[in-house]
Design a protein around this ligand. Structure first.
Ligand code: 5GP
Length: 121
């Protein structure tokens, strides 16, 4: 899928839409999800234009990849969920119901998150 520069996270990265920022580095921005599904619900995004995890890992530099994953771990600790537990999710494509076509890693925690997936419909 081609990258759409008008997606909502591209607009946040350009500063055209506000966000509740929790971290910014050279390659990464992290902010609170606008509709949190748990007491902690952060979104960690690369600043580069990548649609999905497979796009990112195929095309991003090592520095970008390291920065994204280091930020995820650091933010889990900073948010206070590393001890009690947390889940990271990166939805990609239609079967995963990805809504925003800019790679993002959800960090969810602060409550029992239940099983990984609901029963199949
Ligand atoms: P996806 O389904 O693509 O994995 O998740 C997209 C996430 O982006 C959803 O959890 C949704 O609440 C969040 N989201 C959508 N629009 C905005 C926005 O404008 N600001 C923020 N902070 N989060 C958003």
């Amino acid at each position: 899928m081609a990258y759409d520069p008008d997606n909502i996270f591209a607009k946040i990265l350009r500063g055209e839409i506000p966000c509740k920022k929790v971290f910014e580095g050279d390659h990464v921005l992290a902010f609170h999800d606008i509709e949190p599904q748990a007491p902690t619900h952060l979104l960690v995004v690369p600043k580069g234009q990548y649609v999905s995890m497979d796009d990112f890992t195929a095309n991003a530099s090592n520095a970008e990849i390291v920065a994204l994953f280091r930020a995820v771990g650091d933010l889990a600790r900073q948010a206070g969920v590393a001890e009690t537990g947390y889940r990271i999710i990166a939805n990609g494509g239609p079967h995963a119901r990805q809504d925003v076509p800019h790679l993002h890693i959800h960090i969810l925690g602060g409550r029992d998150l239940g099983r990984m997936l609901p029963p199949a419909p």
